[in-house]
Design a protein around this ligand. Structure first.
Ligand code: FDA
Length: 368
């Protein structure tokens, strides 16, 4: 029997926002998730009173007044600005590349001096048509910035040498000739006060949810429970991998609680040399200006993905994109299933983008 209008697979932002819109329209949803908590990758775990970003650090940023207003209905945001540091062989640099960074490299104090330095380095190498990521990066920012801040970091992220990576991975490199350490350019930015779980709990208030429930273990009975299914899991898994596996980059997080109030003085430090196996250390309390007695730090290690690991980043190269397009064809033939979110669309979505996409999809569904 159809007890629900929608059975929603996945309680991440896509599923939660879609469910919220349907609830507002008076429709009934069931949200299921195979994890033991709601929220997908924005879920935070409370450790010693600190919101630990369990699936990687999440900073909310958007240029859209509408999206900003939407999330602020559920939770207030603080004034956090993401301005990570880079540690290269024990020396600290500001990110993203800006006048502070150039001063730290060369002692240049004016935009003219910094520009001249970068132009000199680019000219020396004289790269006409970049053949790989290394040449592309050097042709954009010169070799000093490349060697110390880009090379090792990128090689760790992709598990390959920069010379073996395609140049298109780095289309542009944001270089700022101002003393501005704010990583994002968006108008609105912050961290939910009290954590991301408040946002998810607000969205899913009064909606039926089932945790530790894998759709595929009872697919046909879930299909029967709802008029339609909203699927936010991996698209290839929906079709039983019949065309092959889509590839991802995965991550491993190593967290520890330290018996001190402040470990590194900032939320994120990137470790940009190749020899250190992790790419960054996150100190979670700094996202919310925490004053707890203890602190939790997390080292982030990139790793190859296999089907038992969490799929963090889609690999949007030609092979995977064309495989995705074939799965998408199959998805289009499923008339009672809506595919949405970063796993079902095999797309690197930021939070504000996935919210926008879920709102749009829900409105289309409601004929608005
Ligand atoms: P999400 O993956 O969150 O949810 C899918 C849910 O479906 C999961 O809970 C999963 O368990 C469930 N599911 C899957 N298969 C299932 C099945 N068979 N049965 C039941 N349940 C199933 N964005 C941003 O704006 N700022 C940032 O700083 C960051 N930082 C960041 C860091 C890292 C490391 C990553 C990987 C991502 C980010 N993001 C980000 C992106 C952000 O995480 C992303 O936009 C949203 O979490 C996507 O929400 P979805 O609902 O699409 O997927």
């Amino acid at each position: 029997t159809k007890n629900y209008d929608y059975v929603i697979v996945g309680s991440g932002l896509f599923g939660a926002v879609f469910a919220y819109k349907m609830k507002q329209a008076g429709l009934k949803c069931l949200v299921i998730d195979k994890r033991e908590h709601l929220g997908g990758n924005i879920y935070c775990e409370n450790v010693e009173g600190i919101n630990v970003h369990k699936y990687g650090p999440h900073i909310f940023h958007t240029n859209s007044k509408e999206i900003w207003g939407f999330v602020n209905q559920f939770v207030e945001f603080n004034h956090f600005r993401y301005s990570p540091l880079a540690n290269y062989k024990g020396t600290l640099y500001n990110l993203p590349f800006n006048m502070h960074t150039f001063y730290q490299f060369w002692g240049t104090q004016t935009p003219e001096e910094a520009k001249q330095k970068i132009e000199e380095q680019k000219a020396k190498l004289n790269i006409k048509k970049p053949q790989n990521l290394e040449e592309q990066a050097i042709s954009l920012v010169g070799n000093d910035v490349y060697e110390r801040l880009i090379k090792g970091y990128t090689e760790k992220q992709w598990g390959r040498n920069a010379k073996d990576l395609p140049s298109f991975i780095i289309k542009r490199l944001p270089v700022r000739y101002t003393y501005d350490n704010n990583y994002f350019n968006d108008k609105y930015q912050g961290i939910p006060i009290g954590g991301y779980n408040k946002l998810i709990d607000g969205l899913l208030e009064d909606i039926d949810v089932l945790l530790k429930t894998d759709y595929f273990e009872n697919k046909s009975s879930f299909d029967e429970m709802g008029t339609k299914v909203v699927y936010t899991g991996k698209i290839d898994e929906f079709f039983d991998y019949q065309l092959g596996y889509l590839n991802y980059r995965s991550l491993r997080f190593e967290s520890e609680t330290l018996d001190k109030t402040n470990h590194q003085g900032i939320a994120a430090i990137n470790y940009t040399e190749r020899e250190i196996p992790y790419t960054r250390i996150i100190e979670h309390k700094h996202f919310e200006y925490g004053t707890q007695d203890k602190t939790v730090v997390t080292k982030e290690y990139p790793q190859e993905w296999d089907k038992d690991k969490e799929p963090y980043y889609p690999v949007n190269d030609e092979t995977n994109s064309s495989l995705y397009n074939r799965y998408k064809k199959l998805a289009e033939a499923e008339k009672n299933v809506i595919f949405g979110g970063r796993l079902a669309e095999y797309k690197y979505y930021d939070m504000h983008q996935v919210i926008a996409s879920a709102l749009k999809r829900a409105e289309k569904e409601l004929g608005l």
